[in-house]
Design a protein around this ligand. Sequence first.
Ligand code: MN
Ligand code: MN
Length: 474
Amino acid sequence: MAKKDTPAAKKEEAVKNNWSLLAGKELDAALAFSDGYIDFLNQGKTEREAARFIERAARQTGFKPLSELKSAAPGAKILLSHKGKAVALAVLGKNPLTAGMNLVASHIDAPRLDLKGNPLYEDEELALLKTHYYGGIKKYQWVTIPLALHGVVAKKDGSLVEITIGEKPGDPVFTISDLLPHLAQDQMAKTMAKGIEGEDLNVLFASRPLPKAEGPAVKAHALELLQREYGIGEEDFTSAELEIVPAFPARHVGFDRSMVGGYGQDDRVCAWTSLQAILEVKKPAKTALCVFVDKEEIGSAGNTGLQSLLLENLTAQLLRFTGSTDYYDVRQALTNSCALSADVNSAVDTNYPSVFEKRNNSFLNRGMALTKYTGSRGKSGASDANPEFIATLRKLFDDAGVRWQVGELGKVDIGGGGTVAQYIAYFGLEVVDCGVPVMSMHAPFEVTAKSDIYMTYKAYKAFLQNYTGNASRN
Ligand code: MN
Ligand code: MN
């Protein structure tokens, strides 16, 4: 009898799968939990849309901006918005803020194609849009798929025009062309990195000329339509934030409907699970705080990313609301806090086993991935979590019935990646990465497992509501 056929080995294998641990009402809950998530993915394809969804959900469950709140009593639910692209939700705890908070930080930006400042041009009577990709993409994945245009155009008169084309039934969509195989002999001999180049990601926008136009008539027609339907002219593109994203909706995946496929799951799956968790938090001992931030995919720079003073400023805001303007209290509140850097990890892809190390990478349906460190080439760039902190989380998750697994990104020296953990650690918080394993990460259609989504929600909920681990051991 081979070892894998022994009863003990079979038992070990079976218990690794979340579904074997879920039964009855909880099994139904785990399956149903992703219905709302699919809706969130479809309604929040950009950071602005996701932020708006989060704000709306928060308001519906009693979160209010500080200006509308009268009491800073334990249980007060606070909504802080930042430039429409980052959001923080806090539930004040019974302990003072200086005793530390429980923070869950996710990001709501995702890889995509942004329109350039002067995007529209005509070539051989076709109107096209120049793009500059945002985040780490495999460019060949973005051609010959239906694409939608989402975003805002800020006009000189101070107004903001919102544009969403390609989502409603009957809407047109856009696409990026690719060579037919018959003429692709040279292209097919290139590496996958060079087969489609950044400057080739030009979006097919229009093809009908404006009658009697002087000069490029198709572009003139497109501009006329833009003026008529949205009141915007060509120069307005220079003050726009227009994003090209996949036009198709998120879907249930698998014959057994056990998975979710869709765009932007990195990291909106952690945004969704932490949102659902904090919406249910009631009068925690330590203040519960969820932040949903922007710009992670390009290094968390910029004034809506976590390399900015965002976290420090909102801590100061909360302290001021609870009666303290002592700057040292900001330091204390942060350094005494504990954080989950809520971001996805790669799920082992059995089509490409050579890049994974199966003892230390995460798998679909084996629970939330707990990632002690990220980085590359000898952990470079990693925030390596302290084992004392992880031990307290192991206890918390195990006591709460959360299935979790360890997860590095892949084999040593194969590649790597980073998260917001290092920018949180900067303030002295205990922090560790944990989130949902994703297959085909950064692709237009990423895949996650519903049981992992449910387990991750349970983990965030247990942390935000019940975690009392004391970070300071000095
Ligand atoms: Mn991410
Ligand atoms: Mn990412």
